[in-house]
Design a protein around this ligand. Structure first.
Ligand SMILES: Cc1cc2nc3c(=O)[nH]c(=O)nc-3n(C[C@H](O)[C@H](O)[C@H](O)COP(=O)(O)O)c2cc1C
Length: 171
């Protein structure tokens, strides 16, 4: 099995997951680890990670996904504004628009992670004029609840998830 791990990360959350996923991949199977690049060697399975922007993957990752044809693709993602299956599915639906139908998507994983103070401030400011105090309080609590992520548990979860997918593929 030839595997490439391709990821984009600005503040480190997605990078942490990428590195932890790498630990679970057999060294002889890994043909690439790093940012989207023209130098990525051919693989049969691409594990692609991104931070979330505009409720989708980052532009470099979306552009990279568009180049893949007839491959197995596993997507992992970190988000900062929301969590829960509905939110993660919405992001996945947006990303799928950049994936050619000839590919096989083996899974999508999303984890809400910490954001920088600036990102939190900008996001809250958008809601200040049109939301109640209770709604603003809930938004702030959401950021607080996730400001230690990715935790060890998040990392274990993603490692188990990857192992399960790859084992299923091999059997
Ligand atoms: C410019 C910008 C836009 C963002 N847009 C979103 C978004 O649309 N939805 C979301 O859930 N998180 C959004 N975030 C939060 C990041 O996706 C989140 O913090 C992510 O974990 C960062 O990953 P990284 O540490 O690998 O860069 C945004 C962050 C920045 C800086």
């Amino acid at each position: 099995m030839k595997i490439a791990i391709v990821y984009s990360s600005v503040t480190g959350n997605t990078k942490t997951f990428a590195e932890k996923i790498k630990e679970k991949i057999n060294e002889k199977d890994l043909v690439y680890f790093g940012k989207p690049s023209k130098d990525i060697k051919d693989a049969d399975t691409y594990i692609v990670g991104s931070w979330t922007t505009k409720y989708s993957a980052s532009p470099d990752i979306l552009n990279y996904l568009k180049t893949l044809k007839n491959k197995n693709i596993i997507i992992f993602q970190t988000a900062g504004y929301g969590d829960g299956i509905g939110y993660y599915d919405m992001i996945f639906t947006n990303i799928k628009n950049s994936i050619d139908d000839s590919n096989k998507i083996l899974g999508h994983y999303c984890c809400r992670c910490k954001v920088t103070n600036k990102v939190e401030e900008n996001y809250i400011n958008k809601f200040l004029n049109n939301s109640t105090n209770t709604q603003i309080k809930e938004i702030k609590e959401g950021f607080k609840k996730h400001n230690q992520n990715p935790t060890e548990e998040d990392i274990n979860n993603i490692q188990n998830w990857i192992e399960e997918i790859l084992n299923k593929k091999e059997s």
